[in-house]
Write a protein that binds this ligand. Structure first.
Ligand code: ADP
Ligand code: MG
Length: 588
């Protein structure tokens, strides 16, 4: 049932290319049938020799048969090649369509998707899961057409040779098939699923283990961490054995049943030919003993396809986990922000639809103001900032920029309106020039250099071998966190968006870099609306407004003087902060 729906789903994705897939099945079945024809001619040839034996006078007839056999063999090869081409073309198109469909969907998803979904999982979907559907269509389904056609063709041959023996040989075939069906049903699928899960687990643990090596080493926890990986290997081992056993036991019975063909055929044959065994009949018997197990073996191939069907089922489920994510609503009537003000009105937000991370947040940031979000970690500051540039949409309430609901601002425009600087701004493996130019693809070299200058990056460029053209991340060219941060600031400067969000952007800068990073920020912030999410309270003393975000709510708001006078959360945070700074100073 499920298999069927997966298949029809794939064929739907294939569009007009589905005919290639159909053709590949037909070709596969035909090539299986043609491949049997030489078999028939060999039987006929030997039979002729036996029946006219020992007189070889009809050699002409024999050569004729021989040629026919060769001709059919050649045709079989040609048909096989045609089938292969069809299946690969069809499957390639389907997998390509699927990848494009997935990517097109991802583009429509909220920006926060990439972060919360995980790049590893996404890569698996776009690569492996799409490839699994390709394998299924290009190999497994044509293989199934072949696996059905071969035993059918062979059965016909058996009846052509001698219908009585044909009927007899059905007994072990059907018996074996029934045993297999009974024993490889649901249980096997469950074991197979467990085995697959254990395999997934093991590879995840391996990745985690390698990723964690630096941490593990510094804490001397090699043994503990390795144990988790080792446990996953042990679990995998258990399931491999269980699965193999589940697979092997019916195979054993099955083989026994198939070998019953000897007994059945010989006993039955003797009964049929009470008047004496002729050499022709003996020949038939030999052919039956060869052919019947072949029928059974090809039939079992169909059984094992349930495994493939499960793999493709799993692949489609993974793909659907992306395709079923709700895209951001498209704007019906796009509007343009009037200025760089930000306003949130009764915003409620939850990542999982259960736990509210933001609870009824309302705040206004006039254009050109610099404001700070402060508060305990996990309070919702980052989430709040992310909603402004529509990384996610709130469940209720509204986010406005320049008086316009962000949902009505075209995506491109919104991107150009808000810039982010994160704690660890990642640079890509490219030249500094290219890294900065990402902020404004059409920027000239001069513009990039100016931005770098304003972002206090001159000292960085001077020490690099090829200056701004140096590719970072390769050949020992590594930059410190603070240096990377300044280059990231240059990128944001070049983009020149009117609203800037700094999310704990100086938290990891070393003291040496910090003053430069601060200077770069000041330059960046000129004339902009700035939202700082700040760790160090010293950086927020001069801002226009401070919002203390606590447990998803705006707990306090005002400038630092007002808040300090209040003896609330902020003033407590400030006292703690002062103590920790003093402590640091005295220690040094
Ligand atoms: P802050 O920036 O103030 O430290 P965050 O906005 O990062 O706080 O987090 C607020 C809450 O939302 C926390 O409880 C955090 O665990 C949760 N959270 C943050 N990001 C995600 C996410 N991508 N998926 C689910 N929960 C998240
Ligand atoms: Mg945060």
């Amino acid at each position: 049932m499920k298999k069927q729906s997966n298949l029809s789903r794939l064929l739907e994705i294939a569009g007009s290319h589905k005919y290639l897939t159909y053709a590949s099945w037909v070709f596969s079945a035909i090539s299986a049938l043609i491949a049997l024809v030489p078999f028939y001619y060999i039987w006929k040839m030997i039979k002729e020799v036996l029946e006219v034996a020992p007189n070889f006078g009809q050699a002409q007839n024999l050569t004729g048969n021989g040629w026919m056999a060769v001709l059919f063999a050649v045709i079989a090869v040609l048909v096989y090649i045609a089938g292969l081409m069809c299946s690969h073309l069809g499957a390639f198109r389907i997998a390509t369509n699927l990848r494009i469909q997935t990517m097109e969907h991802i583009v429509k998803l909220p920006l926060g998707f990439a972060e919360s979904f995980g790049s590893g999982k996404l890569r698996k979907i776009v690569n492996e899961s799409s490839a699994a559907t390709e394998t299924y269509l290009a190999h497994q389904l044509p293989d199934r057409a072949n696996a059905i056609a071969t035993p059918c063709g062979l059965l016909v041959l058996l009846f052509v040779f001698d219908w009585r023996l044909g009927l007899l040989s059905l007994v072990p075939v059907v018996l074996g098939f029934l045993i297999m069906m009974a024993m490889t049903g649901k249980q096997m699928q469950e074991k197979m699923k467990e085995y697959q899960n254990a395999l997934d687990d093991m590879s995840n643990e391996a990745v985690e283990y390698v990723r964690g090596i630096p941490v593990v080493k510094t804490f001397g926890q090699t043994i503990f961490s390795f144990k988790k990986f080792k446990d996953s290997i042990d679990r995998y081992k258990v399931w491999v054995i269980a699965y193999t056993r589940q697979l092997r036991t019916p195979m054993m019975f099955y083989t026994a049943a198939i070998n019953g063909v000897f007994a059945t055929l010989i006993a039955g044959g003797l009964l049929l030919t009470q008047d004496g065994v002729t050499s022709g009949f003996l020949l038939d018997l030999i052919f039956y003993i060869i052919i019947t197990p072949v029928i059974s073996v090809t039939l079992t191939r169909i059984m094992f396809q349930s495994e493939n069907a499960m793999i493709v089922d799993d692949a489609l489920q993974r793909i659907d986990s992306v395709l079923h994510l709700k895209p951001l609503e498209e704007t019906k009537h796009s509007k343009h922000p009037q200025n760089a003000s930000v306003e949130l009105k009764s915003v409620h937000f939850s990542y999982d639809g259960e736990k509210e991370v933001l609870k009824d947040i309302s705040l206004t940031i006039p254009a050109g103001q610099t404001v700070a979000f402060v508060g305990p970690s996990g309070g919702g500051k980052t989430t709040l900032a992310n909603l402004i540039s529509r990384f996610f949409d709130p469940q209720s309430g509204m986010v406005k920029i320049g008086g316009v609901n962000v949902k009505d601002i075209p995506k491109e425009e919104l991107m150009n309106t808000v810039s982010f600087v994160f704690q660890n701004s990642r640079l890509i493996k490219a030249s500094i020039l290219e890294n900065v130019r990402m902020g404004k693809p059409e920027a000239t070299r001069e513009e990039v250099l100016t931005a770098l200058h304003h972002a206090q990056c001159d000292d960085i460029l001077e020490k690099l071998p090829q200056g701004v053209d140096t590719v970072i991340g390769t050949k020992g060219v590594y930059l410190s966190g603070g240096e990377q941060q300044r280059i990231a600031i240059a990128r944001v400067m070049l983009k020149n968006a009117p609203i800037i969000i700094l999310d704990e952007a100086t938290a990891f800068a070393d003291p040496d870099n910090e003053s430069r990073v601060q200077a770069a920020f000041s330059r960046l912030s000129e004339g902009k609306t700035v939202i700082m999410i700040a760790h160090r309270l010293s950086t927020v003393t001069n801002v226009d407004q401070i919002f203390v975000i606590c447990d998803g709510r705006v707990a306090e708001c005002g400038n630092s003087r007002e808040l300090l006078a209040k003896d609330g959360i902020f003033s407590r945070m400030w006292k703690n902060y002062q103590t920790s700074v003093q402590w640091k100073v005295t220690k040094e």
